[in-house]
Design a protein around this ligand. Structure first.
Ligand code: MG
Length: 175
């Protein structure tokens, strides 16, 4: 059976710079209604930058939502009308100071479809060339490099817990 939930009422609760929060009332297949709290997000990209020795670049930054620093692959949200591949090269330059001659699309993922529409496009970047763009002025980032087998151990030891990072590495390196 194909299931669909038709929206019969939509209240915008919050409109922020990055996300909006909607409260949608939907009609269920049994004709009852339910409320869905939904975060709308413009989408984002995440990039696995690999240098000529096979090291993978990571960024560590403080994430207020979880009150902790997190080790992640470089990532950032799409600007209006921006192609994911363009966004990937921009974020690479902003976050680690490189662009790439070779950019390969790996996959796309919905990060939290239970309450958000955010989709992340994942790329692998190789043949890196130094090219810096100014960082966002609210981003404080430290850069690290690790070998793929080291990274697998870090995932097992829960030193890497960021979902997009784990999915990206598992998919790209078939760990
Ligand atoms: Mg970022």
């Amino acid at each position: 059976m194909d299931v669909f939930e038709k929206t019969i009422d939509n209240k915008n609760i919050y409109k922020g710079k990055i996300i909006t929060l909607d409260l949608e009332t939907v009609l269920l297949p049994n004709k009852k209604t339910a409320d869905r709290e939904i975060v709308r997000h413009p989408g984002a990209v995440a990039i696995i930058p690999v240098d000529e020795s096979g090291n993978i670049y990571f960024v560590k930054q403080f994430r207020k939502a979880i009150n902790s620093e997190l080790l992640e692959i470089p990532a950032g949200k799409l600007e209006r009308g921006e192609e994911p591949s363009e966004c990937a090269l921009r974020e690479l330059q902003e976050e680690i100071g490189y662009t790439a001659d070779k950019l390969t699309f790996i996959t796309e993922i919905y990060t939290s479809p239970g309450f958000a529409d955010e989709k992340i496009y994942i790329f692998k970047a190789e043949d890196l060339i130094k090219s810096e763009l100014a960082k966002d002025d609210d981003e404080f980032i430290n850069i690290y490099r690790h070998k793929p087998d080291e990274v697998f151990e870090m995932i097992k030891k829960r030193e890497i817990t960021d979902a997009k990072t784990i999915v990206a590495l598992m998919t790209a390196f078939k760990l």
